[in-house]
Design a protein around this ligand. Sequence first.
Ligand code: C2O
Ligand code: CU
Length: 491
Amino acid sequence: MVTRRSVLGGAIAATGAGLLTAGGLTPLLGAGSAQATAADAAAAGAQAVTVPPPFTVRMPTLPVLSPISQLGGQDTYAVTIKEVSREIIPGVQTKVLTYDGHFPGPVLRARSGRKVVIRHRNALTMPVSVHLHGGSVSPENDGGPMDTFGPGTSRAYSYPNEQPGAGLWFHDHAHHMESEHVFRGLSATYLLSDDNERSLPLPAGQYEVPIALRDARFDEAGQLVYVMDDVFGRTTILANGRPTPYFEVAARKYRFRLLNCSNMRFFQLRLSDGGQMVQIGTDGGLLERPFTTDTVGLSPGERADVVVDFSRYPVGTKIVLENTLGPGTPDQVGKVLRFDVVRTASDPSRVPDVLRTLPAMPAATVQRNIVLSMDEDGRQEPRGLMDGQAWAPERIDQTIAHGTSEIWTVTNANKIVPHNFHMHLVQFRVLERGGAPVGPAEAGLKDTVRLFPGETVKLHATFDTYKGTYVYHCHLLDHSAMGMMANFRIR
Ligand code: C2O
Ligand code: CU
């Protein structure tokens, strides 16, 4: 663990040097952020005098959105995208951008085979778009970077949910603004369940808990500070919107639906006693088989579905969920939340040996190579590049024949900067990492895959649903805002 922290943490931390004013993009909101400088970010150790010591606030559970109508075989939701003030740090009201006033975003529960329509009203002063990450949706409903809707207008997104159950999420995607919008709060959880999943005896009800993890940076007044590519500054860890909280649990099994909604932070999670967790799912839903592990990795945008059995702990035990990756010191970012075992409870739940059957992988007939890179020479305005180019809205970078399966070999060409890789529309399979078969945590359906410096992954994707233009990009959102994104067209 110490080795991992010093190697990867050091490497990731090193990316901040000189990259803090990247892309020439100035912050979009708030006088505080407009005045923030690279020097402030480098002095991040001095931030956040108001953040409380760990485990002093309770972690809330996320509110579940209710549909405004369930007529015509679809669930219809109405959401207002607005700025509100919410208590993140105890006793301080922080301005945040929200879906319907919730920070972090709420949970929307959907079912495979039943359509969802969300009508969003934009009550901000900026254009927005809303992307259902991991969803198989038509191009008009994908919430692409240029397909925005302006202040005072509304937009309805239609989600057919013709895909297996999965822990999806939605977030802002307005180009050059997505990174700040998401940082300030525009992300939410979208749990799609199917008949198979509901037939399994997994922990459910109050024992299935979505947890949105991220980092943040606050000024002395407790307001969020957004600085582009601020890899050093965001050293306050939030779990469901509260800084390093505690969460009371019963001595039984829980199912945690983990989402990393950070812009750029990678988490490597473990329990403080080294205890085992059972991972049952990833981005695209359940794995075929559960596996036991003492660590769970989440790059930005990734999800993990994890069962922890607290029955092995006596009532009164407190277990910390730790993070072993930088940037930031272990004191700042090494603790995520604490589970306090406060009572016993009966537990009829069980993790079956077989969870699902994954879809077949048709033979791939096309191979492509994709390279992610960004300037890491310390220049003032580093560029984020996909195959050597910054994203251009009208340029089609890959043309794909509808119905084909393809192998994409994706490389992070950087020496110190980590990236990851996300494709819209499809759930892919990760065939190899560095030429070797992947471990069980990457053996299921994925839509986002981590790429530490120099790493290469080989992906298998099938493009047999919608035709049209979609993006693929690095999901370190400050990087995609800098241009590390490209278009593919299926026709
Ligand atoms: Cu979660 Cu194009 O993004
Ligand atoms: Cu990146």
